[in-house]
Design a protein around this ligand. Sequence first.
Ligand SMILES: *[C@@H]1O[C@H](CO)[C@@H](O)[C@H](O)[C@H]1NC(C)=O
Ligand SMILES: *[C@@H]1O[C@H](CO)[C@@H](O)[C@H](O)[C@H]1NC(C)=O
Ligand SMILES: *[C@@H]1O[C@H](CO)[C@@H](O)[C@H](O)[C@H]1NC(C)=O
Ligand SMILES: *[C@@H]1O[C@H](CO)[C@@H](O)[C@H](O)[C@H]1NC(C)=O
Ligand SMILES: *[C@@H]1O[C@H](CO)[C@@H](O)[C@H](O)[C@H]1NC(C)=O
Length: 234
Amino acid sequence: MGLGATAILFCMLLDPVFLQTLEQQDLPTVAGIPSLNMKFDSWRMELSWDCKENTTYLECVMIHKDKGPIEITPQEKECHCKFSDYSLHDGVTLMVKVNSTQRPIPETLVYTNAGGEGTAAQNFSCFIYNANFMNCSWAKGQAAPDDVQYFLYIRDSRKKRERECPCYIEDSGTHVGCHLEDLSGLASYNYFLVNGTSQGTGIQFFDSVLSWKKIGSSRLKGYSRRFHASKTNG
Ligand SMILES: *[C@@H]1O[C@H](CO)[C@@H](O)[C@H](O)[C@H]1NC(C)=O
Ligand SMILES: *[C@@H]1O[C@H](CO)[C@@H](O)[C@H](O)[C@H]1NC(C)=O
Ligand SMILES: *[C@@H]1O[C@H](CO)[C@@H](O)[C@H](O)[C@H]1NC(C)=O
Ligand SMILES: *[C@@H]1O[C@H](CO)[C@@H](O)[C@H](O)[C@H]1NC(C)=O
Ligand SMILES: *[C@@H]1O[C@H](CO)[C@@H](O)[C@H](O)[C@H]1NC(C)=O
């Protein structure tokens, strides 16, 4: 009991530490194209490239395993495209179509989930209870090394508020869940990312876009409702 109370207090102290500006993360393996030097910021879902004089960019495309091709027309003279939230853990192919005299020529970047196969957090799910508490949980990947540590980041779909989990639930020192007591700033859709570290192996990430809408009514009624993220849904 005494231990539990200490843990909760610690969580509350950490809770206001929201990450307004997350540091530029290391971008996972990218097979770039030299001419446009495309870059993909997976946290911001932003594709950018070197602007070239006298070149018009017709279209950005993200080819997603489940959602198919997602197309965006960049603003004139702009050399970036911002996609809305999609899960990226299965990898995506990104293209920029460049205007040329004959036809649009696509340049391609393959974004992969770097790290050892089976090292990502699995069986990720979250549920809301007591109106405004949320617990998320996940399991260690079956191929994850003993020293693996996981981290959960949550961002609302308007990309206004992002935070790391303020209070992890641990199993023998490994983060296997998260307890949140402040759900403000979460939108109807939110992007969840569980990434990880280990001394020896690269750890793959798991990510998911989860809808709040469904839980809205159950929140009012005050009972909890579980929503799962499987490997295959958005
Ligand atoms: C871009 O177009 C202008 C006007 O057509 C031309 O003078 C210039 O040399 C072109 N620049 C390049 C790098 O092709
Ligand atoms: C882009 O394509 C359009 C239509 O094919 C063409 O009229 C225009 O000159 C092209 N612009 C450049 C910069 O190549
Ligand atoms: C993950 O979920 C699957 C399917 O429900 C289950 O068979 C498996 O035991 C779970 N793994 C862990 C580590 O909880
Ligand atoms: C949520 O997680 C907290 C922290 O581990 C725990 O005290 C609480 O019992 C959990 N709530 C439910 C409903 O599982
Ligand atoms: C996990 O993702 C967050 C958000 O993009 C990033 O700030 C952090 O550095 C990443 N951590 C690891 C271990 O990759």
